[in-house]
Design a protein around this ligand. Structure first.
Ligand SMILES: *[C@@H]1O[C@H](CO)[C@@H](O)[C@H](O)[C@H]1NC(C)=O
Ligand SMILES: *[C@@H]1O[C@H](CO)[C@@H](O)[C@H](O)[C@H]1NC(C)=O
Ligand SMILES: *[C@@H]1O[C@H](CO)[C@@H](O)[C@H](O)[C@H]1NC(C)=O
Ligand SMILES: *[C@@H]1O[C@H](CO)[C@@H](O)[C@H](O)[C@H]1NC(C)=O
Ligand SMILES: *[C@@H]1O[C@H](CO)[C@@H](O)[C@H](O)[C@H]1NC(C)=O
Ligand SMILES: *[C@@H]1O[C@H](CO)[C@@H](O)[C@H](O)[C@H]1NC(C)=O
Length: 575
């Protein structure tokens, strides 16, 4: 009976295709796939048709040079773009792209060595978010560091490394790829517990996306290190991966049914940051695990509903859609960039999360509804209750069909606002759906490709999300210290000595009796070198002491942030 109905369905579908042509979503995907792939390749140097001036392997964010100027290369966008390309190579869909990955590898291994405003290769410079397309540092003011970049780059290179290892090319991986991957993973291990600018480059705090992608990178780093016999790195990566998994749980909103994207802001915290995280950490071997935020987990589905619903009323183009229909989504409801609009990549990400969920449900032949995900599922069956619905039930079939249709709806929303040439900009106007902001955004094209692949049932390789245990106590990781030399030009009377007091324990917490003595070896410059925690704000003052008498330098306090690591040399004059 079952195989008969399958045959009958197949027959009906083929009839539909034959007589009525492809459905709207099929025709959009078949034309847009080719356009999106070409759009990605056009934005990669040295020979991309829209990226003139970009060096070999450099991915431009967009060819747009004015309002906004995106003709730069971001580590995040470039790594996510090459994740798509590496997947096409690893799945043998397009082996010709391998040469591009080799170019990307050479380019990134050079970019890693550039001294930049975030530091050097060994003192935090890997957290620098963007570079000029001629592979020089970008020195203007910016939201830095952004600590997702090294993790994303490592993930992309590990995808490639695992493919090469499977193809008997271990030697090259160990000699060339591993050192570059290890630098990034060491960066994640050392610096994950410091504040970061979020993926939208606006908020310096802790970010769910960044934490989730860092966790993934360290886990797959552990497996790769085992394969390559690099056992010495493993204990450190394991310790910090566990700390990251623990920290990741803390972003859950206490009552809103969603994940708070960034800490310490006055925003709601509803943000496509979290949707993007769920698709980036998709590991089908982990089923619907909530701790790693799998796309079909109850927390991720509840989060998706809250996120999508937050755009229903604020964008005019969504008005009139049924309360459970797909709508255009943006970065976050409070967004004011270009007045706040839907982004193609946000709307595609919602579709992709749903397609990923469908992959797991079909694999496991069951859909579980919990009290956490109840409101998500009630969009499709209004009186459904918590429970486990195996594939033999009509509830399962109804849900699966409705959710696939819901997912397709998001793709069709983007299709509706894709101009006739298929070009994907960054945003579409919230009132009329016309393209807005940067043209030909590489990440928009990449997000179309990954959403289409997920719809086609593409199953990514596992990264080790299955079977993890969240530690019961979350531990922090202060990371490296900085060696700071303080110099002050201060003339003194006989018997007077100069000391340094300040806001951290290393400077005596402002207590004159615990202040650090300075040396007068280069009088009238007094100096001392102190080891301080990296990337920490320090307020300080110099004091002169003579027996029990203390003279403070006058206001204001000196205020300064230590570098991530390494050394610094400060010179002040007594006031
Ligand atoms: C690299 O590009 C930047 C930004 O366009 C430019 O200022 C700089 O002069 C270029 N440097 C080199 C070495 O070409
Ligand atoms: C291993 O892969 C690298 C990168 O593509 C390539 O340059 C090298 O020739 C390969 N070596 C072998 C033995 O296949
Ligand atoms: C560091 O980790 C601790 C423990 O998980 C956490 O409470 C704290 O918020 C983290 N800080 C940052 C900046 O990541
Ligand atoms: C559904 O729930 C059962 C029982 O808790 C669990 O064993 C199974 O892994 C779950 N499957 C999915 C797809 O959530
Ligand atoms: C300097 O720092 C101390 C300790 O935090 C504080 O009491 C004092 O008000 C500060 N001085 C000024 C001028 O801000
Ligand atoms: C630090 O600064 C002082 C004062 O400007 C200078 O004399 C000294 O050479 C510097 N030391 C280093 C290591 O740069």
């Amino acid at each position: 009976m079952r195989s008969f109905s399958v045959l009958l369905t197949a027959f009906l579908f083929s009839c539909v295709d034959k007589f009525l042509g492809p459905t709207p979503i099929q025709s959009y995907i078949s034309t847009e796939s080719a356009i999106a792939k070409a759009g990605v390749l056009a934005n990669i140097g040295p020979d991309g048709s829209k990226s003139s001036g970009a060096l070999s392997g450099v991915v431009i964010a967009s060819p747009n040079t004015n309002n906004p100027n995106y003709l730069y290369t971001w580590i995040r966008d470039a790594s996510l773009t090459f994740k798509v390309i590496a997947q096409k190579v690893a799945s043998e869909e397009d082996p010709t792209l391998r040469a591009k990955i080799d170019q990307f590898f050479l380019s990134q291994s050079h970019i890693q060595t550039l001294t930049n405003p975030s530091g050097t290769e060994s003192t935090g410079g890997l957290g620098e978010p963007k570079f000029n397309i001629n592979e020089t540092q970008y020195t203007d003011k910016w939201g830095r560091p952004q600590r997702d970049g090294p993790a994303l780059r490592a993930t992309t290179f590990m995808l490639y490394a695992n493919y090469l290892i499977a193809n008997n090319n271990v030697t090259w991986v160990a000699k060339n790829l591993w050192p570059v991957i290890k630098l990034d993973l060491d960066y994640v291990q050392n610096y994950w517990n410091r504040t970061t600018f979020d993926l939208w480059e606006e908020i310096g705090s802790s970010s769910f996306w960044t934490t989730a992608v860092q966790h993934r990178a360290l886990r797959e780093g552990i497996a790769l290190a085992e394969d390559l016999g690099q056992m010495d790195v493993i204990p450190g990566y394991v310790a910090q991966a566990n700390n990251l998994l623990c920290f990741q749980q803390s972003f859950k909103h206490s009552s809103g049914g969603y994940i708070t994207a960034n800490t310490g802001t006055c925003r709601s915290g509803i943000d496509s940051n979290t949707i993007l995280a769920s698709i980036h950490v998709f590991d089908p071997a982990a089923g619907c695990d909530a701790a790693t935020f799998q796309p079909c987990s109850d927390v991720a589905l509840s989060n998706l509903k809250v996120y999508v619903d937050s755009f229903r009323s604020i964008y005019s183009i969504n008005h009139g859609a049924a309360g459970n229909a797909a709508v255009a989504t943006g970065r976050y409801p409070e967004d004011a960039y270009y007045c706040g609009n839907p982004w193609y990549l946000s709307t595609f990400a919602v579709a992709e999360q749903l397609y990923d969920a469908v992959i797991v449900w079909e694999q496991q032949q069951v859909i579980n509804v919990t009290s956490t995900s109840l409101l998500f599922f009630r969009q499709f069956i209004s009186d459904i209750g918590s429970g486990s619905y195996p594939a033999s039930t009509s509830t399962y079939s109804t849900l699966l069909a409705a959710i696939k249709n819901f997912a397709d709806g998001f793709v069709l929303i983007n299709a509706k606002y894709t101009p006739s040439d298929g070009g994907l900009s960054e945003q579409v106007n919230r009132d009329n759906g016309t393209p807005l902001s940067a043209k030909d955004l590489t990440w928009s094209y990449a997000s179309a490709l990954t959403a289409f692949a997920a719809r086609g049932g593409f199953i990514p390789a596992s990264w080790g999300a299955a079977g993890l245990t969240v530690p019961s106590v979350c531990r922090s990781n202060p990371g490296p210290t900085a060696s700071v030399t303080f110099n002050v030009y201060a003339t003194t009377n006989p018997g007077e000595n100069v000391f340094l007091a300040g806001s951290v324990p290393e400077l005596g917490n402002w207590l004159p009796e615990k202040a650090v003595p300075l040396s007068s070896q280069n009088y009238p410059t007094w100096s001392a070198t102190v080891t301080l925690p990296g990337y920490t704000s320090v307020d300080y003052k110099f004091i002169k002491k003579h027996n029990d008498q203390v003279i403070w330098s006058s206001d204001p306090n000196w205020s300064w942030q230590t570098p991530e690591a390494g050394t610094a040399n400060l010179s002040d004059t007594w006031r």
